[in-house]
Design a binder for this molecule. Sequence first.
Ligand code: SAM
Ligand code: SF4
Length: 364
Amino acid sequence: MTRHLYVHLPFCAHRCGYCDFVTVVGRQGQHAAYVDALLAELALERDLLAVELETVFLGGGTPTFTEPQALERLLTELPPAQEVTVEANPETVTQELARTLRGLGVNRVSLGVQSFRPHLLAVLDRVAQPDTVRRAHYHLRDAGVDNISFDLIYGIPGQSPADLEADLGDTLELGPEHLSCYELEAKPGTRFTHAHGAELERQADAMESYFELVVEALTGNGYRWYETANFCRQAERDLRSRHNLAYWLGRDYLGLGIGAVSTIRGNRWRNTPRLAAYVAEVAAGRRPARELEPLTSDVRMRERVMLGLRLDEPLAVEGIGSVLDQTAVERLVRLGLVARNNGSLALTPRGRMLGGGVTADLLA
Ligand SMILES: C[S@@+](CC[C@H](N)C(=O)[O-])C[C@H]1O[C@@H](n2cnc3c(N)ncnc32)[C@H](O)[C@@H]1O
Ligand code: SF4
């Protein structure tokens, strides 16, 4: 039974130039109907879910831009879970919103910070200023949220190593429990890429050194580098994102809403990204249009390796040995990029710095 639930809330106040997620600008008049549709889709798929969920994750879009009544109804109606995360844009986090989230069982908030440098926030079309982030963080703490994650982006046009160091310094000052640090991905052919072409190339050349800087600053300040792009404070409780760990460990999850992906019992499907079609279908009691991808055991094993080796814990190779190129394993072990131990594999710190390339080499 599936113990992980993702819910997509696509609405945003505006569209940031670099963003490639399934989002819809404005449409306040449609938020309530969309939440009704989410709950109807949940009812259709209820049998796939375990009675007790481990994690619920409300992602976006900007979940906290959703009309307050609709968001409250959703949080009230969703099944409870041990970890309930909501993604929030800093400018939406008022004292009232923070208290409402906490009051409705949200125990983890992922704040889209991206940067603390005003000139970089402007390049990304972000509304929040550095002080907006600090205020949001304060409101969440004040409301009793004791598990806060920041999203940071590096490789932003105009960014220098000193800018990144300053972003990490400002982050460390606030001390969130968890951090996700992403390389900026700029999709070819978009207005953003067109506007920043040459500068994006310069940033791409600096990516490796930025990554090293991030890892050094965060591990040097006591954070655990538990996944390629994710870090958590070391404490008595485990502060890794349980929801994302489920993805990385190849567990089943159900996704609700437009563009949401589900992976259950060897099948993967992706809901239509079209809001009107989704709402109309589900309101009529039917499943929304979906792209279906049956996962062969070969694909599942490859994903297991690609995702599992992003973690800092060894990957047991029993049952997935057939997708590994044993000659490459030997070579990468000799080069000090892969560590082998009692039937498990892990990337060494140097291997993790090189990332996906090493893992791709391991696959037959
Ligand atoms: C679902 S997104 C949006 C969350 C929220 N609406 C926000 O903007 O803060 C989650 C995270 O993905 C990251 N992200 C979005 N677009 C990205 C891109 N093009 N390259 C790298 N990271 C990106 C950002 O750090 C963002 O906070
Ligand atoms: S607010 Fe977040 S989800 Fe919405 S457009 Fe900007 S980056 Fe994308």
